[in-house]
Design a binder for this molecule. Structure first.
Ligand code: SF4
Length: 257
């Protein structure tokens, strides 16, 4: 992932890019992301550190060594490791290497997933997962597809299968104005949790935050929620009240105005 900031116009990157994917404009450096192969040469060449790779590849050995640096903290706090994303199951093979090693090292392991994955991928790693954080956003099937681009059918099915396997779960619902914040939607999710997910230990209502905006800007992507205001504490309280009537473990958090 690339972020373009602090460009001083030195142009070293232009000369190193094998794909001619960079263009210096009066507004700063532009990256043709269709051409860019993420080779990283421009970032190495830039004297101002204006181009930067966010994240880096790890082998399972390297990542385990990094995680073990915090083992004292895990022991004293009862904490552990959470594989999150994006969607960690996009790297399912890596998870099947890492999770058994984490368990062998005595760590508590959690997986934070959208649930929109083939059941076989989830099932394959369950022996090494202590807790699943699982997103439920919209219960209406058509609306879910319109808003997220995928049906919620597989998500709801996977949630039910996880709970049937006695896996402890935390449900996470991002509360986004105009998308997921209708009380009917919250009640429908609550009813589903109550009826189909007996292993849910907690239901997080996460108030929409606009902290993602700079990331979209740096990636040259439109931020569709530009004009969306934060929710008020009263709005979140009222949704929480509806949630807690069905699922006593419901809590809310996040930014409000
Ligand atoms: S990462 Fe490589 S291909 Fe992409 S802009 Fe930089 S030098 Fe060009």
């Amino acid at each position: 992932m690339w972020y373009a900031v602090r460009c001083l116009g030195a142009q070293d990157c232009l000369n190193t890019c094998p794909e001619k994917a960079l263009l210096l404009t009066p507004g700063g450096m532009e990256i043709d992301r269709q051409r860019c192969t993420l080779c990283g040469r421009c970032a190495k060449a830039c004297p101002a550190g204006a181009l930067e790779i966010i994240g880096r590849p790890f082998t399972s050995d390297e990542l385990l060594a990094e995680l073990l640096k915090d083992s004292v903290f895990y022991e004293t706090s009862g904490g552990g490791v959470t594989f999150s994303g994006g969607e960690p199951l996009m790297q399912a093979d890596f998870l099947t290497q890492m999770l058994p090693r984490c368990k062998k090292a005595g760590m508590h392991t959690a997986l934070d997933t959208s649930g929109a994955v083939a059941w076989e991928r989830l099932e394959a790693i369950l022996p090494w997962v202590d807790l699943v954080l699982f997103d439920l956003k919209i219960m209406d099937r058509e609306r879910h597809k319109r808003v997220t681009g995928v049906s919620n059918e597989i998500i709801l099915k996977n949630a039910g299968l996880l709970s049937a396997q006695r896996i402890p779960m935390w449900i996470r619902t991002p509360v986004i104005p105009g998308y997921t914040d209708e009380v009917e939607n919250i009640r429908a999710i609550g009813a589903f949790i109550r009826e189909a997910l007996p292993t849910v230990r907690r239901w997080d209502l996460l108030a929409y935050t606009n902290l993602g905006r700079p990331k979209y800007q740096r990636l040259d992507r439109p931020y569709l929620l530009e004009k969306t205001p934060l929710l008020t504490p009263g709005e979140m309280e009222s949704l929480h009240q509806a949630a807690v009537e069905l699922v006593p473990e419901a809590v809310w958090s996040g930014a409000t105005r």
